[in-house]
Design a protein around this ligand. Structure first.
Ligand code: ATR
Length: 289
């Protein structure tokens, strides 16, 4: 081990299911660093006190999971551009003066996962269809816009939520909202299909979608990673579409946070992926740190 001892953590409520300690713990050991990363349960009423405590104890920063991703924004002196656009913080850097800088790395995680699995994928090549309009969808849509998507079709069970998401994206690309019942039809001509809903996750209802109109060249990504191969991905693979599992988004979103606290941009390896998948074999999606 080398260097000063660096502390980081994930805060949430509940937080025992978090995979972040496995991810960051793996990297601390792999890079021979002197540091720790733990899971800290903070109820909403304890959030401010708990964060002050981490600052007083000299933590380098922390990840933020449900239900604090919005509330923690009020405690941050600074927010990065992505956190402001998405309206949620998943990573906090504590400055030497104790000031908090809130960032959001989910959009980065989404893009890096697709890029690692499908090298050279061109996000501007054709329309992207996004199922869902919750927190994860906000990060995915933001990422798609940043990556140059020209058209995004949003299909969500609650149309109004998709409409709000489309309206908050002041961007040059065309964002179209489709009724949930037409999710099968909007696949015509799509270059990318992303499931950001909880459907298909272990313990949740299945995602029913007819892929018949999806072009064979389209890439299909599910941000659900438990099970790793969801029914959506299995169906897409059977028709010959390239598929991207959700675990990589979770792993890649952790990299910039680790780099900010520990000073090393870490790699996502097969060993890390297997390790994270083998712990807590319960439900999970990539936005659920
Ligand atoms: P996350 O932060 O993981 O995105 P979320 O914000 O709770 O979680 O969003 C969950 C998404 O899954 C939403 O798009 C939700 O649709 P609604 O906006 O209509 O709630 C979608 N979802 C959850 N259960 C669903 C179901 N049974 N059928 C269709 N969509 C569902």
């Amino acid at each position: 081990m080398t260097g000063t001892f660096i502390r980081a953590a994930v805060i949430g409520h509940p937080v025992t299911h978090s995979k972040s300690p496995s991810i960051h713990g793996y990297w601390i050991a792999k890079y021979g660093l002197s540091g720790s990363y733990e899971a800290i349960d903070l109820s909403p009423q304890d959030l401010e006190r708990g964060v002050r405590d981490l600052t007083a104890r000299g933590y380098a920063g922390f990840n933020v999971t449900v239900p604090h991703k919005r509330a923690v924004m009020d405690l941050c002196a600074e927010l990065d551009y992505t956190a402001r656009r998405i309206g949620a913080v998943n990573t906090v850097i504590i400055g030497p003066d104790g000031a908090l800088e809130g960032r959001n790395t989910d959009a980065f995680g989404f893009l890096e996962n697709i890029r690692a699995a499908v090298p050279g994928f061109d996000f501007s090549a054709g329309p992207a269809v996004v199922l869902g309009a919750g927190g994860a969808a906000r990060a995915v849509v933001d990422a798609l816009v940043q990556a140059g998507a020209k058209k995004i079709v949003l299909a969500n069970r609650t149309r109004d939520t998709a409409q709000e998401l489309a309206q908050r994206c002041a961007c040059p690309c065309d964002i179209v909202v489709a009724d949930w019942e037409y999710r099968h039809d909007v696949l015509e001509g799509a270059a990318l299909l992303v499931n950001t809903t909880s459907l298909g996750m272990k313990g949740q209802p299945p995602l029913t979608i007819d892929l018949g109109r999806l072009p064979p060249g389209a890439v299909v990504n599910d941000i659900v990673y438990a099970p790793l191969e969801t029914d959506l991905l299995a169906a897409a693979k059977t028709r010959g579409n390239r598929t991207v599992t959700g675990i990589g988004m979770l792993l890649h979103q952790a990299r910039p946070a680790f780099a900010a606290w520990f000073g090393v941009m870490p790699e996502v390896t097969d060993e890390l992926t297997e390790r994270v998948l083998s712990c807590h074999p319960r439900q999970g999606s990539a936005s659920d740190r």
